[in-house]
Write a new protein. Structure first.
Ligand SMILES: *Cc1c(COP(=O)(O)O)cnc(C)c1O
Length: 340
């Protein structure tokens, strides 16, 4: 792959900021290089800009190399960086499936990059040929999300593979909901596809939406560009330490996922019985896309009862749909009794 062909011109030649922590690594007796307050309180020093200790732990868990990982302030940071690294505003374009996660389009708008939507097929299925047909010589990125938000379904592996093979530029597969599906992660294909970026996050199954930590996995070369463009200290020390500690609690995460999957099956079955529910779409994620008689009305009626759902009525293919996250058993009880 000729990666440089897809890099924004000024980023190719960018000399990145060199911070004090880049220039000297290791142990020293005296640190007077970064204008910090020297009196120790645990947080008076700048954090590791490349989060090596945390990445080594994540690498073991995910069976990748630390050099294949970029950590961001949520997945939102790598999503924005993809535009800033791989697209020239007002010239290049990206292709994305629709419906999908809203941030891909918002970041395109912020970066002044054309966002081409390819509508999914019946059952929110991916049609690789349709996606590839939207590509032209200025297409630098294709956005895929599997399991997809807001539809909840996994995208077909063979169709994704066709896109990875048929498109020379960057293919992003957002796996924010991977922990809730039994399908193999695309992380295992990183060495096979040099144009692949996989996104995962601590915000969903790991229960850490509040700490803001997302992961991008890609070739060492692509990660090198992320490191060059990101803010030097983008992951603060509190987050690095907290996520490091939480990574020891895989069993707890899996226990919670198991409960949520049971609750997902229960919610799907119970919601389907409600007279105002027209359809509950199958889900490989921790939410259900539910078609109701009148989504705007039901959204409001539920909100009046202090139950907040996500109204997707105005989203492509989601007319009269609410997106409902699987809650605790108690939260789900309340929703089921109020939705009558
Ligand atoms: C929730 C979600 C994310 C996670 O975003 P963070 O910034 O990591 O919290 C990423 N992608 C999709 C599709 C999501 O639904």
């Amino acid at each position: 792959m000729n990666l440089s062909k897809f890099i924004r011109q000024n980023i190719l030649s960018l000399a990145p900021y060199s911070c004090a922590r880049d220039e000297f690594k290791g142990n020293a007796r005296v640190f007077v290089d970064a204008n910090e307050n020297p009196f120790s309180n645990g947080y008076n020093r700048y954090p590791d800009p490349l989060q090596i200790a945390l990445k080594e732990k994540i690498a073991k868990l995910k069976r990748v190399r630390p050099s294949q990982i970029m950590l961001g302030n949520g997945s939102d940071e790598p999503i924005d960086l993809v535009y800033r690294i791989f697209t020239e505003p007002q010239k290049d374009n990206v292709v994305a499936i629709a419906p999908s996660y809203g941030m891909y389009g918002v970041c395109a708008d912020i970066n002044n990059v054309e966002y081409r939507k390819v509508v999914l097929e019946e059952g929110f299925a991916l049609n690789a040929d349709k996606v590839l047909a939207a590509v032209d010589e200025n297409t630098h990125v294709i956005w895929l999300c599997s399991p997809n938000n807001p539809s909840g379904n996994l995208l077909n592996r063979a169709e994704i593979e066709k896109i990875l093979k048929g498109f020379e530029g960057i293919v992003v597969i957002d796996e924010a909901y991977a922990d809730f599906s039994s399908e193999e992660s695309w992380l295992n294909s990183l060495d096979k596809y040099e144009n692949l970026i996989v996104l995962q996050t601590f915000s969903k199954a790991w229960g850490l939406a509040g700490v803001r930590c997302g992961m991008a996995f890609a070739s060492e070369e692509i990660i090198g560009y992320f490191n060059k463009v990101k803010y030097p200290y983008n992951i603060n020390l509190l987050t690095q330490e907290f996520v490091f500690k939480k990574l020891d609690e895989v069993a707890e995460k899996e226990k919670q996922v198991k409960i949520l999957l049971e609750q997902r099956a229960r919610m799907s079955a119970e919601l389907s019985k409600k007279s105002r529910v027209k359809k509950v779409y199958p889900s490989d994620a921790n939410f259900l896309l539910v078609e109701v008689d009148d989504a705007n009305a039901m959204y409001k009626e539920l909100a009046d009862r202090e139950i907040v759902t996500r109204n997707r009525n105005n989203v492509t293919l989601c007319k009269n749909c609410l997106r409902i996250t699987v809650g605790t058993p108690e939260e789900n009880d309340i929703l089921l009794s109020e939705i009558q």
